[in-house]
Design a protein around this ligand. Structure first.
Ligand code: T1G
Length: 691
């Protein structure tokens, strides 16, 4: 690229043969901050007025085009010039402007590109309008210009799903005009020259004709996905205006909707989670630790979890040695992996060649010695300490020095496992969530002796397998299961006091959870919690309140959906549970045995108690440093336990409620638990949140 001629803050201009290249240089992702917008506007206006310039190319410095508006600016009023003004200047410019896209052109970045006369992408580019993921809608013309390129129904699909579209598909969909053959800048300059003197303003194009049926179908699909997310509904409305309103009016209404949603609690919650995900990778105290190389992985146990874990590594391009105790179990594990990939082929997510490549990287064996060369091994065997200790002792014998031993335990004491072997520093918990190849969350459990570079390796591995790692210290249930257990216990107490499973589940789903605690337990099976209770019975404080309703259900063979009955019944093996009088009888009998007069509870009371249990337990484990920061806890509950993301997680949610209401919920919780209740210093935690 020629030498820079002008500089406007993070924007520099380079000229070559009549083409002015405007370079956006605002690391790390060229977010369109105020400085960038100001610099761009100045550069565009100057190049427009300069007779020696016949065309303009916009390109990003570093690894990407503009990855979007600067989300950090969204909590306050946005300073002028705002992106619509920059794009208006691009459209007003008489000379063709070409967007040269590498890396990410997302949100405002792609909207700027849509304001240009042509778009050319590098092979690694992704383009899209993911604003709904942040509780907002595109606010710089995306809902108006994209439909003019791809049609209304395709725009509805792309925007309401927040899709990030790879280069090939973007060309095929018409979202961009061309793919660079190699030198993106040179190809963009060539393109600018080839369209000299010709403007192609999308704002002047009509929306391609389409049947109302197709448009309605796309809107229905999007509504189906919305699950109450306001931004998706608002996006559909905005997009449809592209076909009904004059461009300028629809653009202004889009902007007004964007500004309104930007200030909503839902959008604030989504921004909080966005930055929380980035913070999760930053673990105090290991800044200087170097991750070990992981080029080969072993998975011990090919059950549902083991097979899913193996798929995570295969998807990331790593070879996996899969171990099972015998041939039958091994074949069953391989069949699980194969059928998962076959479903991905059948649904068009991967092609059969990719499936074959991934399966070819599996080495099945019934001999642990096959793991001698592995850099990392994850055990996913039966959740029993004695079984896991045996496996760890064996692994300690066969693995090479420097190999990392990961355990997928979801409850057990990792330090007990580590003490078993000669290299406790190489032990780490890698708690995947079912289905492991789908759920993004990975609880990384740091043992008392886990070495810093082992923790750093786990975080690097999490990034490589596209997981969201949250570091937890060792305690019963780590972050997620510990909080979920306190929440479920409180929900069971409410059954004894007057609620029924369907009342609690209805209250919880109306708060935004996809499922209530009793429907969830029926899905995962009541016997898992029952086993944990039996294991903990020896150390339970006999004076502490204990609800035995779940035990009674298990003793009655009501183990959940797999048994056709649990908290609900599932006639003809259906997926939908129906309330069952047998459960009501067991619950009412428990009240009688405890001398409790049953009182109808309102959905609000149920929500307050359930959320108080979550918030209180979260506060206790923060005080014990099980989690490093409140946002880590929120990430775990949102990404692993279905806490509604529009609330930002339990602690973010609580920080936005009147403190008196939170205290009232905690008081009700304390009263219901009684003896042994530990009240966390919730106020201290919530004070950390800026409101
Ligand atoms: N604003 C501010 N900071 C951002 C940012 C953004 N849009 N995107 C990333 N960062 C920071 C991030 O916090 C991190 O900082 C660093 O950059 C690297 O990010 C008007 C309103 C582009 C795919 O939703 O998806 O435009 O932690 O770790 O894995 O209609 O970042 O190092 O201090 O994620 O390589 C729409 C958001 C905005 C895209 C790169 N755009 N970004 O992934 O790096 S709304 C988005 C991403 C909008 C208009 C509307 C990813 C990425 P730190 P990273 P990465």
């Amino acid at each position: 690229m020629p030498e820079p001629s002008e500089q406007f803050g993070p924007i520099r201009v380079q000229r070559s043969g009549g083409i002015a290249t405007v370079v956006i240089d605002n690391p790390p992702v060229n977010a369109s901050s105020w400085d960038v917008r100001r610099g761009l506007l100045t550069a565009i206006e100057q190049m427009s007025a300069d007779p020696s310039v016949s065309g303009i190319v916009l390109i990003g410095a570093g690894k990407t085009f503009i990855a979007g508006a600067d989300i950090k600016e969204f909590d306050g009023p946005l300073r002028d010039p705002q992106m619509p003004a920059v794009i208006a200047a691009v459209e007003a410019c008489a000379k063709p402007v070409v967007a040269a896209i590498h890396g990410a052109a997302l949100g405002a970045g792609y909207e700027l590109a849509l304001g240009c006369d042509a778009r050319i992408v590098a092979a690694d580019a992704i383009v899209g309008l993911p604003e709904v993921m942040l509780g907002i809608i595109p606010g710089a013309g995306g809902t108006q210009r994209l439909p003019r390129l791809v049609g209304l129904s395709a725009a509805i699909d792309l925007i309401t799903a927040g899709r990030r579209v790879k280069a090939n598909e973007a060309v095929a969909l018409g979202m961009v005009d061309a793919m660079s053959t190699g030198d993106l800048h040179a190809d963009a300059v060539q393109l600018a020259r080839s369209v000299q003197g010709r403007k192609r303003r999308l704002s002047e194009l009509d929306v391609p004709a389409e049947s109302d049926a197709d448009i309605a179908a796309a809107a229905d699909r999007a509504i189906g996905r919305a699950k109450g997310a306001a931004a998706i509904v608002e996006a559909i409305t905005a997009i449809q205006k592209a076909a009904t309103l004059p461009f300028a009016q629809a653009l202004a209404e889009e902007r007004a909707t964007f500004q309104r949603l930007r200030q909503s609690t839902e959008a604030a919650a989504k921004r909080y989670l966005f930055f929380a995900e980035r913070d999760a990778f930053r673990v105090p105290g290991i800044e200087h630790a170097r991750a070990r190389a992981v080029t080969s992985v072993g998975v011990v146990g090919a059950g549902t979890m083991g097979a899913g874990i193996a798929i995570c590594f295969l998807d990331a391009g790593l070879p996996v040695t899969l171990i099972e105790r015998d041939r039958n179990a091994l074949d069953a594990g391989l069949a699980r992996i194969r059928s998962t990939y076959q479903r991905m082929v059948d649904t068009g997510r991967i092609d059969s060649a990719t499936m074959a490549q991934r399966l070819a990287r599996v080495t099945p064996s019934t001999d642990l010695a096959a793991l001698a060369g592995a850099d990392l091994v994850v055990e996913a065997v039966f959740e029993d300490i004695a079984v896991k200790q045996t496996v760890f002792r064996e692994l300690d014998r066969v693995l090479k020095p420097g190999a990392i031993l990961g355990s997928n335990t979801s409850y057990l004491d990792l330090d007990v496992l580590a003490r078993e072997i000669s290299r406790p520093g190489d032990v780490i918990g890698l708690h995947f969530f079912a289905p492991a190849n789908v759920m993004r969350l990975l609880e990384v459990v740091r043992g008392a002796q886990t070495a810093p570079d082992v923790l750093a390796t786990a975080l690097a591995v999490a990034k490589a397998i596209r997981k969201l790692p949250v570091v937890a210290r060792v305690c019963e249930g780590f972050i997620g299961n510990r909080i979920y257990s306190a929440y479920r216990t409180q929900c069971e107490f409410m059954l004894e006091e007057g609620a029924l499973p369907a009342d609690v589940d209805a209250a919880i789903t109306s708060f935004g959870f996809a499922m209530g605690p009793f429907a969830v337990t029926d899905l995962s099976g009541l016997d898992i919690a029952w086993r944990t209770r039996q294991r903990l019975a020896l150390i339970r404080d006999p004076k502490a309140r204990y609800s035995d309703v779940l035990d009674k259900l298990c003793e009655a063979g009501r183990l959940g959906r797999k048994a056709g009955k649990g908290w609900y019944s599932y006639p003809e093996g259906g997926r939908r549970g129906v309330p069952d009088d047998a459960v009501r009888a067991i619950v009412e009998d428990a009240s009688r045995r405890r001398g409790i007069t049953r009182v109808q509870m309102t959905p609000g009371q149920i929500q307050a108690r359930a959320l108080a249990a979550i918030v209180n337990e979260a506060t206790l484990l923060l005080a014990e440093a099980i989690a490093a920061r409140p946002s880590d806890v929120d990430l775990v509950l949102v990404n692993g336990y279905g806490f509604p993301s529009q609330h930002g997680g339990p602690l973010f949610w609580a920080s936005r409620q009147p403190r008196a209401e939170i205290e009232a919920g905690l008081n009700a919780l304390a009263a219901s638990v009684g003896h042994g209740f530990r009240r966390g210093d919730v106020g201290k935690v919530l004070d950390q949140f800026k409101t």
